[in-house]
Design a protein around this ligand. Structure first.
Ligand SMILES: C[S@@+](CC[C@H](N)C(=O)[O-])C[C@H]1O[C@@H](n2cnc3c(N)ncnc32)[C@H](O)[C@@H]1O
Length: 357
């Protein structure tokens, strides 16, 4: 028995049940995982019977459980109960194809939180530290704009925020998530049209103060504008920054995880078709670029579940991706990854730091 209801860290009855091999009138007799979650807090149906889950290749932990029960505890519990774990073969690494896919498909993704990929997508660090660059500018900024905030996770991690902090988000499901997260920190989220992220800037075709591609914010309002993994119009950045204001962006490059596309034979998204004009630069709108860097550090997807989760969360990596459509290719890649220890590739980032004259 791993831990009984009575000895589970003094927090009441643990909820996750582990099969100890005995049965009870044909039913699995539960023992209890070391888990702090009380039954009342722990409503998800997913880890009700761990043993059954294991047999049917569908071990899943509710989002609530994942948040509250440290991974190390779960692993410890697994190690003591599941033979594969005792032998040092971690199910997350060596699990069967169906279970990995199933888990990835069912896993929660909200905002821009990739916590599910921790320990499963391993990346070398970038040669710069975006968060540190932004933090260095915060004391001098009383107004800040975060473009494309996603679920507001990164912006929240920068707290305390400048007195007036605004974040834009265009993807409708994200706006309320970001708003809920950032409201407590005094920041305001503005839901904007996705065309405002068009790097070609406001369209002249429309009348009005803020045409479709323009952000509904006043000129020269911000001491600091930041943009991480989004996209922006140089013209709008220049319009919104006050003279002397700073712009810091870290964008995803086009050569991001290229091996996902090549190994799965998935089409690459073309953002700007060949032969099209280049988007206007920050310099063209009166900014001095202080720093421009590019990096392609190594990364490794450790299992096929991590790949499926990523491709579902980031639909533009392989635009026509779907598990059913790619099933044979995923299975083939899974076999290879089992032998090689994962899919090795690289990610691609650009850093730009600029100041308005
Ligand atoms: C990649 S997220 C980055 C969020 C945040 N700045 C960060 O660094 O964590 C930026 C943008 O991706 C877009 N986005 C996110 N999920 C999307 C989805 N499923 N479909 C379309 N666009 C999405 C939204 O426009 C969002 O503002």
């Amino acid at each position: 028995m791993i831990g009984s209801p009575e000895n589970s860290a003094g927090v009441g009855r643990a909820y996750s049940r582990i099969n100890d091999g005995r049965t009870n009138g044909g039913r699995v007799r539960p023992t209890y995982a070391r888990c702090r979650i009380t039954p009342t807090k722990h409503r998800g149906p997913t880890c009700r019977n761990f043993a059954e889950g294991w047999r049917s290749s569908s071990i899943r932990w509710s989002a609530n459980h994942r948040r509250r029960c440290p991974a190390s505890w779960r692993k410890e519990t697994l190690r003591k109960t599941i033979p594969a774990f005792r032998n040092g073969t971690e199910p997350f690494m060596r699990g069967d194809f169906e279970r990995l896919i199933h888990d990835a498909e069912r896993a929660n993704f909200s905002g821009w939180d990739f916590g599910f990929l921790r320990d499963r997508l391993i990346e070398d660090p970038l040669p710069w530290d975006y968060v540190r660059r932004v933090r260095q500018q915060l004391p001098a900024a009383s107004t800040m704009l975060d473009l494309c905030t996603g679920g507001g996770e990164r912006l929240a991690s920068l707290a305390p925020l400048p007195q007036c902090t605004i974040a834009t988000e265009s993807y409708p499901p994200n706006a309320p998530i970001a708003s809920h997260r950032l409201r407590k920190l005094g920041a305001v989220v503005v839901q904007v049209d996705e065309e405002t992220q068009n790097c070609f800037g406001p369209s002249g075709a429309q009348d009005g103060r803020h045409p479709r591609r323009g952000l509904p914010l006043a000129d020269s309002s911000f001491d600091l504008i930041i943009c991480r993994h989004g996209s922006y119009s140089s013209e709008e950045v220049a319009r919104l920054l006050r003279p002397g204001g700073t712009f810091i962006s870290q964008l995803v490059g086009e050569d991001n995880y290229p091996d996902l596309n090549s190994r799965l034979a998935g089409p690459r998204t073309v953002w700007i078709p060949p032969g099209s004009p280049e988007p206007p630069t920050l310099e063209e709108f009166g900014l001095d670029v202080l720093e421009r860097r590019e990096a392609k550090p190594q990364s490794i997807f450790k299992d096929i579940g991590a790949i499926v989760y990523y491709l579902k969360a980031v639909p533009w990596q392989i635009a026509d991706f779907g598990v059913e459509r790619y099933l044979d290719r995923l299975r083939h890649l899974h076999e290879e990854m089992r032998d090689t220890g994962g899919l090795r590739t690289h990610y691609h980032r650009h850093l730009v730091v600029a100041r308005k004259r």
